[in-house]
Design a protein around this ligand. Structure first.
Ligand code: GLN
Length: 614
C-alpha cells in the first residue's frame, strides 16, 4: 500500500467504543415507543426525537454521539448528587436517621412512607424532598445555590436553571406538595414546606446535557474525583453510599429488573436523561425524552442494556487472576546487582544467594493480588531480605494496602527486612504505603531496583564478615582485565599510568565525549549511568571502566564517583603502543575483555529470561 493512502485511511480512524456508540445511536433512533412527560406541562415541549449519547472514561475522555449538547432538565438525576452532598455536609448519622435506604418497589412519586414514617430511600421523591429539606434546614436561603454549585462541580462547569420548567412544576406539583406535607406531619421536614419545595423544584430544573450527565456519572464511578477537572467533589464514603442506593432504587419500581439485567448503578429523570456509573470503569449519560411507564427513557434503557451486554459489563460478573500480579520472583543467585564484587564478597554472596528474594510486581496491589504474593513469599527460599519492586504497579487499593501492611508486620516478626523499589517518595502511591506502614522498623526503600539489590547484598556481606573497605587501595595486578600479564608487562603498563583522584559526585567520563583513555579503579566507588539516567553498574576498586574505548571511539555512558575515588588513567594512544610492543599481553587483554563482555551478556540474558519466562 502507498503511504499516502495509508495516512488517508487513518483520517477515518475511530476507537471501537465510539463505533459501538454510533451504532447504538443509529439502531435506537428507530425506537419511537414511549412518550414525553407532560405532567409538568413545560416538559411536554421537548423534541421527542432528540437523542444524545455520551460516555466519559475515568482518564477523562468523553465520547459523544448525536444530540449531546442539547440541554434538558436534570429532574430526578439530581437526587443522587444532593444525597451525596447531604451525607458530606450534614454527616451520615443525621442523613441516615432521616432517610431510609430500602427500595420501595413503588413509583417515584408514591405518597407512602416506611414503617417509621420516614422516606424509603433518597431516590424516590419523598426521600429526595426530605434530603433537600435537610439541606434547607442547614443553609436556609442559600440552599439552592449550595446545591447548584455542588452539581456544577460534578459536571465540571457552571450549570444553569430552566426557569420555565421550574415555574411549570411549581405551578402544578401538587403531588409533591402532598408528599412534602406528609413529611412535615411526620417531622421529617421541619421547615417551611413551600420554601423546601421551591428548592427541590429548582434543583430538578437544573439544565444539563448528555455530556454533563456522563461526566457526573464518571465522577461517581471514580470515587468522587471528577475525571475531567481532577477535583475531588465528594468523599468516597458519600459516593459509595450514593451508588448503593442507585443500585437498589435508582430506577424506582424497575430497580430490581434493572440491576438483574444490566448490573450498572443508574438514575433516570423524567426530563429524558439517564446516567449510569460503573465503578472504576465509566460514566454514561444519555438523553432521549420519550419515557416508559416507570418514567425511564426508552432509548436510554436500550442503550444501557446494549452496552452492558455487548461488553459484558454487569458489575457482578467480574473475575481477576491474582497469579498475573508477579512478573518475576528470583533470588540474587539468579540476578545479582550490577555492582562489581571482589572474590571474597562474591564467595559470601554465592553462599547466601537465597537470602535476598526479589518480587517484581505488576498492575494493581489489590486484596487478591497481595494475598497471593504473601503466599508465594511463604514458599522456599525463605529470605532475610525481600525486595518488592513496584515499578510496574499502577494502583494500590485500600484492601491491598492493609494486607500489605499486615504482611510487612509479619515479616518484621520474622526479622526479615522489607525493601521497596520503583516507587518515588513524591508519588501518590508512596503516601498510601506510608500511611499503612507507619511504625515499621524493617522497611527500606530505594528508587532503583538495582540499588535495592546492591544494598541488600552489602548488608549480607557485612553480616558475614566481609566488610568492604572503600579506602582499600588496589594495584594494577588485581585488575581482571589485566589478568595473566607478567610482572614486567605490568610494570611497563604502570609507567604509562597517572593516578587521578576524584571527589564524591565528580563526573569522570561524559557520554558523547571522545573515548581517549582507559581507567583502572584504584580505590572508592564509581557508577556508570546511561544518558537517560539508568544505572548500568556500580564499580569498586579493582575494576576497569572506560575500557570500551578499545572498541568504540565515543563514550556511551557517564561515569561518576560515588564517594572519593582514585583511578589509574592510561591514555588510549599509550595503551595501543603498549599493545604493539607487547603483542602477547595485548592479545591477553583483548581476550580478557571479550570474557568480561560475555559475562555481562550472560547476566543481561538471565535478567531478560526472568522477566519473560513467567
Ligand atoms: N421533578 C420531578 C418530580 O418531582 C422529578 C421526577 C423524576 O425525574 N422521576 O416529579
Amino acid at each position: 500500500m502507498k503511504p499516502a493512502s495509508a495516512s488517508h485511511a487513518w483520517a477515518s480512524a475511530k476507537p471501537p467504543l465510539l463505533r459501538f456508540l454510533d451504532r447504538c445511536h443509529q439502531d435506537f433512533s428507530a425506537e419511537t415507543g414511549g412518550s414525553v412527560a407532560d405532567y409538568i406541562p413545560e416538559l411536554g415541549k421537548a423534541d421527542p426525537d432528540h437523542f444524545g449519547i455520551s460516555l466519559a472514561t475515568l482518564d477523562g475522555h468523553v465520547y459523544e454521539v448525536g444530540d449531546t449538547g442539547v440541554p434538558f432538565t436534570i429532574q430526578s438525576m439530581s437526587k443522587p448528587f444532593v444525597f451525596a452532598l447531604a451525607l458530606d455536609t450534614l454527616g451520615a448519622t443525621r442523613v441516615e436517621s432521616t432517610i431510609g435506604v430500602e427500595p420501595s418497589g413503588d413509583p417515584f412519586n408514591s405518597i407512602r412512607l416506611n414503617a417509621e414514617n420516614h422516606p424509603f430511600n433518597p431516590m424516590v421523591n419523598a426521600g429526595a424532598i426530605a434530603c433537600t429539606g435537610l439541606i434547607h434546614e442547614a443553609r436556609g436561603a442559600e440552599a439552592f445555590e449550595f446545591i447548584r454549585q455542588a452539581l456544577s462541580r460534578f459536571a465540571g462547569r457552571e450549570l444553569g436553571v430552566d426557569e420555565a420548567v421550574f415555574a411549570s412544576e411549581s405551578a402544578t406539583g401538587d403531588r409533591n406538595r402532598a408528599i412534602a406535607y406528609l413529611l412535615r406531619t411526620n417531622a421529617v421536614i421541619t421547615d417551611n414546606v413551600t420554601a423546601v419545595l421551591e428548592v427541590y423544584f429548582r434543583q430538578c430544573a437544573i439544565l444539563v446535557t448528555a455530556r454533563d450527565a456522563a461526566i457526573m456519572a464518571a465522577t461517581l464511578a471514580n470515587r468522587g474525583v471528577n475525571p475531567v477537572t481532577g477535583e475531588q467533589v465528594m468523599t468516597p464514603y458519600a459516593i459509595a453510599r450514593t451508588l448503593s442506593v442507585m443500585t437498589s432504587s435508582g430506577m424506582y419500581d424497575y430497580a430490581g429488573e434493572w440491576i438483574y439485567r444490566i448490573g450498572i448503578p443508574a438514575k433516570s429523570g423524567v426530563g429524558g436523561g439517564i446516567l449510569a456509573a460503573l465503578p472504576a470503569r465509566l460514566g454514561l449519560g444519555s438523553y432521549s425524552p420519550r419515557l416508559d411507564r416507570h418514567g425511564n427513557s426508552v432509548r436510554g434503557i436500550k442503550l444501557c442494556e446494549a452496552l452492558s451486554a455487548h461488553y459484558d459489563l454487569h458489575m457482578l460478573n467480574r473475575s481477576d487472576d491474582a497469579r498475573n500480579s508477579i512478573i518475576a520472583d528470583y533470588t540474587i543467585g539468579k540476578s545479582p546487582s550490577r555492582r562489581s564484587r571482589r572474590p571474597q564478597e562474591r564467595k559470601i554472596l554465592a553462599t547466601h544467594q537465597d537470602a535476598v528474594r526479589v518480587f517484581e510486581l505488576v498492575g494493581t496491589l489489590s486484596f487478591s493480588n497481595v494475598d497471593y504474593v504473601s503466599r508465594q513469599l511463604a514458599t522456599r527460599p525463605h529470605p532475610q531480605f525481600v525486595i518488592f519492586d513496584l515499578r510496574r504497579v499502577t494502583a494500590v487499593t485500600r484492601a491491598g494496602a492493609r494486607l500489605l501492611a499486615e504482611e510487612f508486620r509479619e515479616l518484621e516478626r520474622l526479622r526479615v527486612t522489607v525493601i521497596l523499589s520503583g516507587i518515588k517518595r513524591t508519588s501518590a502511591g508512596w503516601k498510601i504505603v506510608q500511611e499503612w506502614t507507619e511504625g515499621l522498623t524493617n522497611l527500606r526503600d530505594f528508587y532503583l531496583l538495582d540499588t535495592a539489590i546492591e544494598w541488600a547484598e552489602d548488608q549480607l556481606v557485612y553480616r558475614h564478615g566481609g566488610a568492604i573497605d572503600f579506602d582499600d587501595i588496589t594495584e594494577l595486578s588485581e585488575q581482571a582485565l589485566l589478568a595473566g600479564l607478567s610482572t614486567e608487562e605490568l610494570t611497563d603498563l604502570a609507567s604509562l599510568a597517572s593516578v587521578k583522584t576524584y571527589r564524591s559526585g565528580e563526573r569522570i567520563i561524559a557520554a558523547g565525549g571522545p573515548a581517549t583513555s582507559l581507567y583502572f579503579l584504584r580505590s572508592g566507588v564509581v557508577h556508570v549511568t546511561l544518558p537517560d539516567g539508568v544505572r548500568l553498574a556500580t564499580l569498586t576498586a579493582g575494576t576497569t571502566f572506560g575500557e570500551m574505548a578499545l572498541l568504540e571511539p565515543v563514550r556511551s555512558a557517564d561515569v561518576s564517583a560515588d564517594r572519593a575515588a582514585s583511578a589509574f588513567e592510561i591514555p588510549l594512544r599509550d595503551f595501543e603502543r603498549f599493545r604493539r610492543q607487547h603483542p602477547r599481553a595485548g592479545e591477553r587483554i583483548m581476550r580478557n575483555l571479550a570474557q568480561l563482555l560475555a559475562e555481562r551478556l550472560i547476566v543481561a540474558n538471565a535478567k531478560v529470561e526472568l522477566l519473560t519466562s513467567n
